[in-house]
Design a protein around this ligand. Structure first.
Ligand code: ADP
Ligand code: MG
Length: 236
C-alpha cells in the first residue's frame, strides 16, 4: 500500500507536467496557424508573406523542439530494466548528433577507456533521451564552434560518462537553475531538456553533476551502477 501511495503521488506530478507541456506546445502551434491563415489573405506583398511564413515555421519548430526534448519522458513508467551497453547506445546516437555538430562547427571526440561493452541495467530509450539532451546542450553552448569530448570509463562498481564542451559555460546562478521547468537562456530554448535528463537519470538510479566556468566550458559527469551478469555454473 505504501508503494502505491508513492506512485500515485508521482503520477500526479507527471499529470501536472503533461498539462503544462501541452500548453507550451499549443501556444506556438496556435501562432503558426494564425500566420498561415494570414498568408492566405489577398493582396499581401511578397515581403510580408515571407515574414508570415517565417513566423509560422518558427512556431512549428518550437513545438517540435519541445516534443523532441520531452519525447520518451511522456511515458515515465518504470519499465523492466534490461542490460544495456552504453558504448553501443552512445555510438548509436552519433547519426543524430553529427548533423548538429557539423552545422555548429563542433569537433566531436569519443574516448572509451575500456574495450568491449560497458553494461548497466536501464532502458535504452531513456538512456538515449538523456544523452541526446546533454549532447545537444553541449553543442548548443558552442555557437561559433569548439570541441565536445565524450569519455566513458569504469570506476569500481560504477560506469562513468563525461561530456565536456568548450562552450559559453554557466554562472553559479545558471547552474543552480539548471533542470528547473522552462528555465532556458536560449532564444528558441524549451527549458525542458535538463528536467527530463535529471528525472530519467534518477529513474535509472544514476547520478549527474555539472561543473562549469563562464566563458570556458562545461563538464557533465553521469554515473550509473555497473551491471555484471552473474555467471551461473552447473555443478551436476
Ligand atoms: P534548453 O536547452 O532548451 O535551453 P535545457 O533544460 O536543456 O533547456 O537547458 C537549460 C539551460 O541550461 C540552457 O538554456 C543553458 O543555459 C544551460 N545549459 C545546459 N547545458 C549547458 C552547457 N553544456 N553549457 C552551457 N549552458 C548549458
Ligand atoms: Mg537543451
Amino acid at each position: 500500500l505504501q508503494m502505491e501511495l508513492m506512485n500515485a503521488e508521482k503520477y500526479q506530478v507527471i499529470g501536472q507536467m503533461a498539462a503544462s507541456i501541452s500548453h507550451e506546445i499549443r501556444n506556438p502551434l496556435t501562432t503558426a496557424k494564425g500566420f498561415l491563415q494570414l498568408m492566405g489573405k489577398k493582396g499581401l506583398n511578397e515581403e510580408t508573406r515571407e515574414r508570415y511564413r517565417e513566423y509560422a515555421a518558427e512556431g512549428i519548430n518550437h513545438a517540435n523542439a519541445i516534443i523532441s526534448d520531452y519525447l520518451n519522458y511522456a511515458k515515465p513508467t518504470r519499465e523492466p530494466q534490461q542490460p544495456i551497453d552504453i558504448r553501443a547506445e552512445l555510438d548509436g546516437l552519433m547519426p543524430w548528433v553529427m548533423p548538429l555538430s557539423t552545422m555548429a562547427d563542433v569537433e566531436v571526440r569519443i574516448q572509451h577507456m575500456k574495450d568491449g561493452p560497458l553494461m548497466m541495467l536501464g532502458e535504452p530509450k531513456k538512456f538515449q533521451q538523456c544523452m541526446l539532451n546533454i549532447l545537444k546542450n553541449a553543442i548548443e553552448s558552442m555557437p561559433t564552434g569548439g570541441t565536445m569530448t565524450v569519455m566513458t570509463w569504469t570506476e569500481g562498481g560504477k560506469l562513468c560518462i563525461q561530456v565536456s564542451d568548450t562552450g559559453v559555460g554557466m554562472s553559479e546562478e545558471q547552474l543552480r537553475q539548471i533542470g528547473k521547468p522552462f528555465f532556458t537562456t536560449k532564444e528558441a530554448g524549451t527549458g525542458l531538456g535538463m528536467l527530463v535528463v535529471i528525472q530519467l537519470v534518477q529513474l535509472m538510479s544514476g547520478t549527474i553533476r555539472y561543473k562549469s566556468k563562464l566563458g570556458q566550458g562545461t563538464v557533465c559527469d553521469i554515473r550509473f551502477k555497473r551491471y555484471e551478469p552473474v555467471r551461473l555454473e552447473r555443478t551436476s
